[in-house]
Write a protein that binds this ligand. Structure first.
Ligand SMILES: NC(=O)c1ccc[n+]([C@@H]2O[C@H](COP(=O)([O-])OP(=O)(O)OC[C@H]3O[C@@H](n4cnc5c(N)ncnc54)[C@H](O)[C@@H]3O)[C@@H](O)[C@H]2O)c1
Length: 251
């Protein structure tokens, strides 16, 4: 089935990799439902997409009612759902584990792990009704090793990798694929605060030094992988974890 017949839900579409992925999927011909909790940013992105083939839905992925309503609205508007890209996410502040405030733990897990679960749970009946679909979950290098964030982020992203595998196992025979992406350092708003020039800030240089490719990645580069996994070219790829990190994890 070509892209022009597919409807894709992209969370986190207001910024960074979600925005780039929404644009890439739309450029390939998909109808795109962008979801984000920042209404202004989301509206701006969706306004640029082909009219009649794009919709903005403001929702918080950690809120079960908002997610269920968002998925139902998407299907009501476009009649089907084929692709789900869970890209919305937040980071923690890498506080040492014994000092992590409980509310930070709960919030990061709610957005980065429960959020994708809620979206997948709501979307699955529609994917199954079509005879299948593709789920792409944006994990992180912190979903595979321990140096990419604090405990809440690391645990949530490891959990998202596990959720991806479980969904792939349960629904593979019914045409639903699920894959995880683990980006390394990608220049987005998420880490903009850490990238501001500041003599005392060596994070930028450390990230580049840790990355064999010698630079930060771009959201557009990740969006190419999202689109590949979302579409039929990857029809035999499921339950897999795809790094896109300029070689970060081989060190
Ligand atoms: N940037 C990196 O270096 C990097 C590396 C690895 C993984 N990631 C992951 O990639 C994903 C996208 O990150 P990004 O770098 O593009 O960040 P970003 O901050 O540019 O974009 C994230 C988007 O998610 C939205 N969002 C956050 N919480 C939400 C919620 N509760 N409900 C709905 N929308 C919400 C934000 O409003 C924002 O538009 C995240 O899951 C992040 O953990 C990022």
């Amino acid at each position: 089935m070509g892209w022009e017949n597919k409807v894709a839900l992209v969370t986190g579409a207001g910024s960074g990799m979600g925005r780039a992925s929404a644009r890439e999927l739309a450029a390939r011909g998909a109808t795109v439902v962008g979801l984000d909790y920042r209404e202004d940013a989301l509206e701006e992105v969706v306004r640029e997409l082909p009219s009649g083939r794009a919709m903005a839905v403001t929702a918080d992925v950690s809120d079960v009612e908002q997610v269920e309503e968002a998925v139902a609205r998407a299907v009501k508007e476009f009649g089907r759902l084929d692709v789900v890209c869970n890209i919305a996410g937040i980071v923690d502040d890498a506080t040492p584990t014994h000092e992590v405030p409980l509310d930070q733990w709960h919030r990061v897990v709610a957005v980065d792990l429960t959020g994708p679960f809620l979206v997948i749970r709501s979307a699955l009946p529609y994917l199954l009704a079509n005879g299948g679909g593709s789920i792409v979950n944006m994990a992180s290098s912190a979903g595979l090793f321990a140096a990419g964030g604090g405990s809440p982020y690391t645990a949530a992203k490891h959990g998202l990798v596990g959720l991806t595998r479980r969904v792939a196992l349960e629904y593979g025979g019914r045409g639903v694929r699920a894959n995880a992406i683990c980006p390394g350092y990608i220049a987005t708003e998420l880490n903009a605060a850490y990238r501001t020039p500041d003599p005392g800030n060596d994070f930028v240089a450390q990230a580049v030094a840790a990355t064999p490719a010698g630079r930060w990645g771009t959201p557009e580069e990740v969006a190419q992988l999202v689109a590949f996994l979302a579409g039929d070219e990857s029809r035999f790829v499921t339950g897999a974890v795809h790094t896109i990190d300029g070689g970060l994890l081989i060190r």
